[in-house]
Every structure is written in structure tokens, then in C-alpha cells.
Design a protein around this ligand. Structure first.
Ligand code: TMP
Ligand code: ASP
Length: 243
């Protein structure tokens, strides 16, 4: 039985623990929700368990589509064993439809279709407020290499294709989402140390999901924007995913 050892990181929605084996970590999902770089705080009862299960179902689906991920095994309602990685300090955002900060920044109404799928990077730095960053900035700051960016971009579009189809079958439109990648510390049968794999989570905290018929918001925007029905919405998304 793999056990949690020392906590090495506590983020806004998750804690990360060491295990006996340096190549594996345990991620523990919390019910805590924050928005606007932690300025707004709350809890969504049951969110930790839902995001844990949902992320694991999605990561296994993505593995079947040829995207390597950190997922190993769910060990409790809220905890999952994952491969240890060094996270690239980049938030990789894919947008299929205008919403959120894109709509605000460019003055486009939310829900406006985009003529091209957009990939954006943000620099993962809470003190700076995760600023938008471009390829040249990333290379200049040595946050990742040219090859890393190439790999990340390729995987991100593959994730988008697989996720869009997956959610649409559940009656949900994938408006946009954020993913993170890491370089694995140990290799396995498919990859070598230093190879890039998908890490972090994919859940209603990290995706915008709109009901395919009514366009109702079925994600963390309900918390960010005080739209109510938080617990019910997360549960409803999970029930749809399980079907
Ligand atoms: P944005 O429109 O606020 O830039 O968000 C784009 C997507 O990224 C949206 O699906 C929500 C997700 N996201 C996160 O997962 N974490 C964050 O800290 C932020 C700002 C957005
Ligand atoms: N998780 C982020 C925070 O607390 C923001 C968000 O998801 O909107 O800052």
C-alpha cells in the first residue's frame, strides 16, 4: 500500500505528497475554490472527489488517444497516485469559442465562434498574476525550449480534439480549458526521464463547459460569477461523464 509521506506543495485546490518512491507522488484534491488569483475564496462541497474522479477518467481517455499523462491509479475518493514531474511554469490555454479573459481583452462577446482555435500561454507565477506570455518571451526567459513548445503545442491540440468529442457526447460544449505539462523524473515503458507528459487536472475548475442545448454554464464560472447551484452543477457534470 502506497502511503502519503511529507506534503511538498499546497496549491489553491490540491495538496501534493511525497511517497516512499521518489518517482511517484500523491495528489489530494480539496473542496476549496478560489478565483481572481486567490482574492475570492470559497468551498464547493464534494468538488475534491468530483474533480479527482473526473480528471482520472479523462486522463485515461487521453492515454487511449496517445497522450502521455501523469495518471497512475486512484487511491481514494480524493487522492490519486501520479508520476512525479517537474512542472513547466506555463499554463497552456486552448480556446474554441470566445469567453473569459479573451472576450474581455479583445472586446468580443462571449460565445462568439473563433475562426481559428487559439492556443495561449500564461506564465505560471501567482505574484505576477499569471501574465499572458508568447513563445519569444518563454525562450528568452528559458522557461522551456523550442522543442518543448513544439511538443506541448502538439499534445494540446490533440487533447482539444479528444476532449471536444468526449464532452459533446455528454451534451457539453468545450468552450476553453487550461492544461499543464511536466517533464517526468523517471521513465517508464513508453518514455524516458525528461519526456513531457500531461500533468495537473482536467475538471470543471479548469474547463469552460456549456450545456450543448441551453448554453447554461456548467463549470467554475458559476463560482467566479456568483451564479449559484455550485454543488449541483459539479454533480451534474460528473453524472454526465459517468454515463
Ligand atoms: P480565462 O478566460 O480566464 O483566461 O480562462 C481560460 C480557461 O482557463 C478557462 O477554461 C478557465 C481556465 N483557468 C484555469 O484553469 N486556471 C486559472 O487560473 C485561470 C485564470 C483560468
Ligand atoms: N484558480 C485561479 C485562482 O484562484 C483562478 C481561476 O480559476 O479563475 O486564482
Amino acid at each position: 500500500m502506497i502511503e502519503k509521506k511529507e506534503m511538498i506543495y499546497e496549491g489553491k485546490a490540491k495538496k501534493v505528497y511525497k511517497t516512499d518512491d521518489p518517482d511517484y507522488l500523491i495528489v489530494s484534491y480539496k473542496d476549496d475554490a478560489t478565483a481572481f488569483n486567490g482574492e475570492k475564496k470559497g468551498t464547493i462541497e464534494g468538488k475534491g472527489a468530483i474533480n479527482n474522479s473526473m480528471s482520472n477518467i479523462i486522463f485515461q481517455m487521453l492515454e487511449e488517444h496517445g497522450i502521455p499523462t501523469h495518471y497512475i491509479e486512484q487511491i481514494s475518493e480524493t487522492d490519486t497516485l501520479v508520476r512525479a514531474v517537474n512542472i513547466l511554469p506555463l499554463e497552456v490555454i486552448i480556446r474554441n469559442v470566445a469567453a473569459g479573459s479573451f472576450s474581455k481583452r479583445y472586446g468580443v462577446e462571449e460565445g462568439t465562434p473563433l475562426a481559428k482555435t487559439v492556443l495561449e500561454f500564461s506564465y505560471k507565477d501567482d505574484e505576477l498574476g499569471d501574465p499572458l506570455i508568447n513563445d519569444d518571451h518563454i525562450l528568452a526567459l528559458k522557461l522551456a525550449t523550442f522543442e518543448d513548445l513544439d511538443t506541448v503545442r502538439g499534445y494540446a491540440f490533440m487533447v482539444n480534439d479528444a476532449l471536444k468529442e468526449f464532452f459533446l457526447e455528454k451534451g457539453l460544449k468545450l468552450i476553453d480549458f487550461k492544461i499543464e505539462f511536466g517533464k517526468c523524473i523517471a521513465g517508464d515503458e513508453d518514455d524516458e526521464p525528461g519526456d513531457i507528459i500531461l500533468a495537473d487536472e482536467i475538471s470543471p475548475d479548469t474547463c469552460r463547459l456549456w450545456d450543448a442545448v441551453t448554453n447554461e454554464k456548467m463549470d467554475k464560472d458559476r463560482f467566479r460569477r456568483d451564479l449559484g447551484n455550485l454543488e449541483q452543477t459539479y454533480k451534474e457534470v460528473m453524472e454526465r461523464i459517468r454515463k
